[in-house]
Design a protein around this ligand. Structure first.
Ligand SMILES: Nc1ncnc2c1ncn2[C@@H]1O[C@H](COP(=O)(O)OP(=O)(O)OP(=O)(O)O)[C@@H](O)[C@H]1O
Length: 492
């Protein structure tokens, strides 16, 4: 019998040197192939140069043009040319700052940041952040695609390597932000294998958004696009009310009130014109809606029988209108002559989940479900505000076609409010700062991308103005209720 050695020999740990295959060819074959190889390399070089020209047109073309002018005409025409260019740009900036920023400044910034920040560090950062994969045949590295600098953020498009998932990038957001000198990093999935990283340098929504002047009439009001604030890209934040149901979720102090009052503020002219009827339930004893009860047609300040009766009345109205519209129209319109009913329930959970009387709770839940599931076409909209988005609290979140996630506590809550996968497209509502109440992530059914926005800051002075507006002499369409009597919790 053969004796086994006491210890196995250690494996050889050095890498075998790799020699290119063509070195082994005979000299005559090399001579024969060299013209083809040279042409191939020249072609590759040309493609590379063209690629650089496409990526950095300003940074390549400007120095090239300067050099050509200098070669053919001398130094003074060059100086003159530079002065003319600077003046033209200054004039452009003075005349139309927005288009100058978009087409000149950001363009230059994009090229500059791509060259000096992302392209320069890409390979190192990818390796150190463990986003590359080494195999025997070589290294798989995520590809840096388009870079777009927009002042407050850089949008960096990335082609992931095969078998990589966006979660890996999600987990390394902090590392990437620090590596590329950004405040924070958001990961958005664009399509299979392509993601976009938002490197945020400052928050464009850091300052409160001022409430606009109250409109005199409802002429220009589009109930499908009501402006309630501003998005982070500077566009108006528009909410669809007609044909929609709205759910607003946020921890205490997240600014649910500002979303609600911004909406009411914009609807006020329509309320005065009889186009919209506001109905409210405020189980917190009127702490929220009691700030301007005059604008409401009916209002209840608790979660008891009166609140449930009001909800049931609206549910009955939904059914009655649906029966009348059947075969006549598919969606409420101004021509029907009856108002769009907007039911506001502040702290929806108090009515449908925290009510201790089981019978009342079930009746309220049934009524709210009827309104959310059937109210869209007959013109009954529910605006529900809630702090806790769990299924046990609001089991029919999916019936709300517009969902607003203000500051939340946990990432899972973002999925609960906005829907599965929306957080992966960048909607990090759990990361909204405590210092920016009113900032929210918004998702509307039918729109793929969530939007980050901030609601108007409706101040106490604004609410006083709204009260005055609602009770003005020409507000004759609805009989507004007397100031709420808080002893019985009902004002109708
Ligand atoms: N859009 C906004 N811009 C600036 N400040 C805001 C905005 N919204 C709310 N705030 C401020 O944040 C604070 C809390 O707002 P608000 O009461 O609306 O929060 P909330 O979510 O309704 O809280 P709760 O659930 O306790 O009622 C208030 O002091 C308010 O002035």
């Amino acid at each position: 019998m053969r004796r086994r050695p006491l210890a196995e020999p250690a494996p050889l740990e050095i890498k075998r040197p790799q020699v290119p295959w063509w070195v082994l060819l005979p000299w005559w074959a090399l001579l024969l192939l060299s013209p083809f190889a040279l042409t191939w390399w020249a072609l590759l070089l040309l493609i590379r140069v063209l690629g650089l020209l496409c990526r950095y047109p300003v940074m390549f073309v400007t120095p090239l043009a300067g050099w050509l002018v200098y070669r053919h005409f001398g130094v003074w025409p060059l100086v003159l040319g530079v002065l003319v260019l600077v003046n033209v740009l200054a004039l452009w900036a003075g005349l139309h700052w927005a288009s100058f920023l978009r087409h000149a400044w950001y363009r230059l910034g994009s090229e500059w940041r791509r060259l000096t920040v992302y392209a320069r560090q890409w390979r190192t950062v990818m390796r150190l952040a463990d986003l590359v994969k080494e195999t025997k045949s070589g290294e798989y590295r995520p590809k840096l695609r388009a870079v777009r600098a927009e002042g407050w953020r850089d949008r960096v498009r990335v082609r992931m390597i095969p078998a990589q998932a966006p979660d890996v990038w999600e987990a390394r957001r902090e590392n990437l932000a620090h590596s590329f000198g950004a405040h924070s990093c958001r990961v958005r999935v664009l399509r299979p294998r392509t993601i976009e990283l938002d490197f945020v340098h400052r928050d464009p929504l850091a300052r409160p958004v001022e409430t606009p002047v109250l409109a005199e009439d409802a002429q220009g009001l589009d109930l499908k696009r009501i402006t309630v604030g501003r998005t982070e890209t500077g566009k108006p934040w528009r909410v669809r009310l007609l044909g929609s149901q709205l759910l607003v979720v946020g921890v205490p102090g997240a600014g649910k009130g500002s979303v609600l009052w911004a909406l009411v503020w914009q609807l006020a002219p329509a309320v005065r014109a009889g186009l919209v009827r506001l109905v409210g339930v405020d189980p917190k004893g009127g702490m929220e809606l009691g700030q301007c009860p005059e604008i409401f047609d009916r209002i209840v300040f608790d979660n008891g029988p009166a609140a449930v009766e009001l909800l049931e009345q609206i549910a009955a109205e939904v059914k009655e209108r649906a029966a009348r519209y059947r075969g006549v129209r598919r969606l409420w319109a101004r021509e029907t002559g009856e108002p769009l009913t907007v039911l506001v329930v502040d702290e929806l959970a108090d009515v449908i989940a925290y009510q201790v009387d089981k019978n009342l709770r079930e009746r309220a839940t049934r009524a709210v479900q009827t309104i959310t599931s059937q109210g869209r076409a007959p013109g009954c909209v529910l605006v529900g505000l809630v702090q806790d988005p769990r299924k046990e609290i609001v089991g029919f979140r999916h019936l709300f076609s517009t969902r607003v996630a203000l500051r939340l506590d946990e990432p899972q809550q973002v999925d609960m409010v906005l829907g599965d996968g929306v957080r992966l497209r960048g909607a990090a509502a759990h990361e909204i700062s405590e210092n920016t109440p009113g900032v929210a992530w918004v998702k509307e059914d039918g729109q793929r991308e969530p939007v980050r926005a901030r609601a108007f800051h409706v101040t106490d002075a604004n609410l006083a103005e709204l009260r005055e507006y609602a009770t003005a002499a020409d507000a004759t369409v609805h009989e507004f209720p007397a100031l709420p009597d808080c002893t019985d919790g009902v004002a109708a």
